[in-house]
Structures are given as C-alpha cells and as structure tokens.
Design a protein around this ligand. Structure first.
Ligand code: C5P
Length: 220
C-alpha cells in the first residue's frame, strides 16, 4: 500500500451506487478504502472487486476465530480481491498465524487490531494492547490498528514495535480524533469514515482532511 495522503476511507455505507460514487469521488485523496460488514452484508462480497478499481481495499472483518476458520475466511477475502484483511489479535498466536499464512500465499497483508477506538475499547482490549502489538510484530503482520481517539496509545504502541510494522488508526472526526495529531503520534495512516461519507461533499471533506494532515499539528 503506497503512502501518499496518509488517509484511508472507511466506507460504511449500505448502498452500492453510493459506495461506488463516493470511492470514485475521493480516490484522489485516499490511499485505500476500508470496507466492512455494513457494506458487504448489504451489497455482497463482489463490491470488493468493484471498489478495487478506485483504490486498494482493506477488508475489515475483524477476523476472530479458530485457526482453521480464520484460514477459510481469509481465503474468501483474498479471492474476492481484497489487498489486506483486518483481524483480531486476542484470539491468540495460532489464529493470527493462520491469517498471515493465507495472506502470504496470496501476497497480501494482515492488520491486527491492538486496541479499538470507541470508549468500550478501553474496557477489555486496552490492557492487553501492547502484548498484542508485540505478538503481531513477532508473527510478521504488516500492521496494527490503533486508536486515533487516544494518540498517546498510538505513541506507546509505536515505541514498542519501532519501524517493524505500519499503524492504521481509526477514530478521526466523528469519534473525536484529529488526523495530524495521530500521524504525529506515529500512525502511518488515519482511517476516516463518517466525516467523509456523511459530508455534503465527500470529496471536499476528504480534501480538507488531507490538507490538514499535510499541514501538520501546528498548521505549518
Ligand atoms: O465513522 P468513523 O470515522 O468513526 O469510522 C471508523 C471506522 O473504523 C469504522 O469502520 C470502524 O468500524 C473502524 N474501526 C474502529 N476502531 C477499530 C477498528 C476499526 O473504529 N479499532
């Protein structure tokens, strides 16, 4: 995944035409599009290939099962044309290894959730976030998902993993995070959903966030 705007669109709409239009409109300002259950359950897995015309696709299925089932899920995701999959780390090293093995067979990437961005993410997952980050690095994942709502956590996780893994960070805008702060804290990409797809002009919204990232936290 090439790093240009440092921004990933979370395309959580449920209408195929709307999804394709938004992806096309904002493609100039995003490095990838993240699709998850809302869009895929509403429109079918085929939407992944359709969207891949505009940007690399990250399939956010937060895969969290036994190794064999994880393997079967990841095979479907990559057969459908996704460039990367997001998986949970709390299911343990064997479950993660299964995902990474399939990804390497297809030449694709795995991102591991170390911590979630909503308030409840601090309840159970945060206390083990750093252990999950270390495991993901040892297992050879491509990257981690860390919360833009808590830039200090992004910083802590970056310190643990060094430059070994990339960090993608959801929670900008609607959940309160500021894109440039999160990039300054050590994220490679911010993930932005509602602030773009619910805007009157998703293209303008994406352009503004991209400009804010480029200007940096002090607006220079
Ligand atoms: O609309 P908003 O910008 O809050 O979207 C954030 C996206 O990132 C959603 O698709 C959400 O499911 C996802 N996500 C998250 N926290 C994680 C992993 C994924 O918010 N840890």
């Amino acid at each position: 995944m090439e790093k240009k705007s440092c921004m990933i669109l979370a395309l959580d709409v449920s209408d195929r035409e709307e999804a394709l239009k938004i992806a096309e409109d904002v493609s100039e300002f995003v490095d990838a599009v993240k699709v998850g259950y809302p869009l895929v359950l509403a429109t079918g897995l085929g939407i992944i290939r359709e969207l891949s015309e505009f940007a690399p696709i990250i399939a956010d299925f937060k895969v969290a099962d036994i190794p064999n089932t994880n393997r079967l899920i990841c095979e479907q995701v990559f057969e459908a044309g996704a460039d990367a999959v997001i998986v949970q780390g709390f299911t343990g090293r064997d479950s993660l290894d299964a995902c990474i093995e399939v990804a390497s067979e297809y030449g694709k990437d795995v991102f591991v959730v170390s911590e979630m961005s909503h308030p409840g993410g601090a309840e159970f997952l945060q206390p083990v976030g750093e252990t999950i980050a270390r495991m993901a690095a040892q297992a050879g994942a491509f990257g981690l998902v860390a919360p833009a709502t808590r830039p200090e956590r992004v910083k802590a996780i970056r310190e643990i993993i060094g430059d070994k893994l990339t960090i993608i960070s959801p929670g900008v805008g609607a959940q309160g995070g500021k894109a440039s702060d999160v990039i300054a804290a050590g994220a490679d990409w911010v993930i932005v959903g509602r602030s773009i797809y619910r805007a009157d002009s998703p293209r303008e919204a994406a352009r503004e966030i991209a400009a804010e990232i480029e200007a940096g936290p002090n607006g220079e």
